[in-house]
Design a binder for this molecule. Sequence first.
Ligand code: ATP
Ligand code: MG
Length: 256
Amino acid sequence: MARIFAVANQKGGVGKTTSTVNLAAALALLEQRVLLVDLDPQGNATMGSGVDKRTVPSTVYQVLIGEQDVATARVRSETGNYDVLASNRELAGAEIELVELENREKRLKQALAVVDGEYDFILVDCPPSLSMLTLNGLCAANGVIIPMQCEYYALEGLSDLVNTIKQVHAKLNRDLKIIGLLRVMFDPRSTLSQQVSAQLEAHFGDKVFKAIIPRNVRLAEAPSHGLPGVVFDRGSKGAQAYIAFAAEMIGRIKTI
Ligand code: ATP
Ligand code: MG
């Protein structure tokens, strides 16, 4: 049975997609069977996996509205060695269409049940909002991975997200828990980064992942080549950090 993780943070540009794509590719390097679900109409995780969102035959949109099943709609990331349920602009319309459908928060969960046995990990890249799409990600997941930058305002947004996760846990998905906070774009020379990082550890304890992802230009360059950073430059500091994070995740799922 696959472990399903939503990568979520309603704040924009905090490293959700970079983390989802690189965790998927790093888990694949460690011989895990992975499906990446792109739940963001921006389609960045799709493109970053080397799948062209403009020409992909099917996307998560068709799956959510019940036109197609996951087994038909998924495509392969040849560069990353994992499967992708792609996304593009069409998904933006799903928000409205879903309102009319039965079980609207659980459409993704139901759809994923069909392929559950084929993967070790299913990773869901959520959009930067607490929308119906993100809700579908949270309802499908066993756990949430929260990427965050160690800056002052990061902590402010965190309480909204934690409250949403609590509500989803109470009303829609008793399985859901926060697996961990992932420190990303970390700058070890910044005093503020160090302070916020120490605060996170003090407050959230072992819910803070040991792996820390540094700010690393190779990770930012990789998507323009249609490659996950861990494939584009495996020796880079950023790639090595995501590989360490993948190993940590494999260890964690044994304790969940
Ligand atoms: P959105 O909310 O729009 O979906 P996001 O949370 O998915 O954004 P990303 O797209 O992963 O965030 O990252 C935002 C920007 O920061 C991108 O340009 C990405 O290349 C860059 N970036 C992410 N992580 C790193 C890193 N560790 N080092 C350097 N650049 C990074
Ligand atoms: Mg993103």
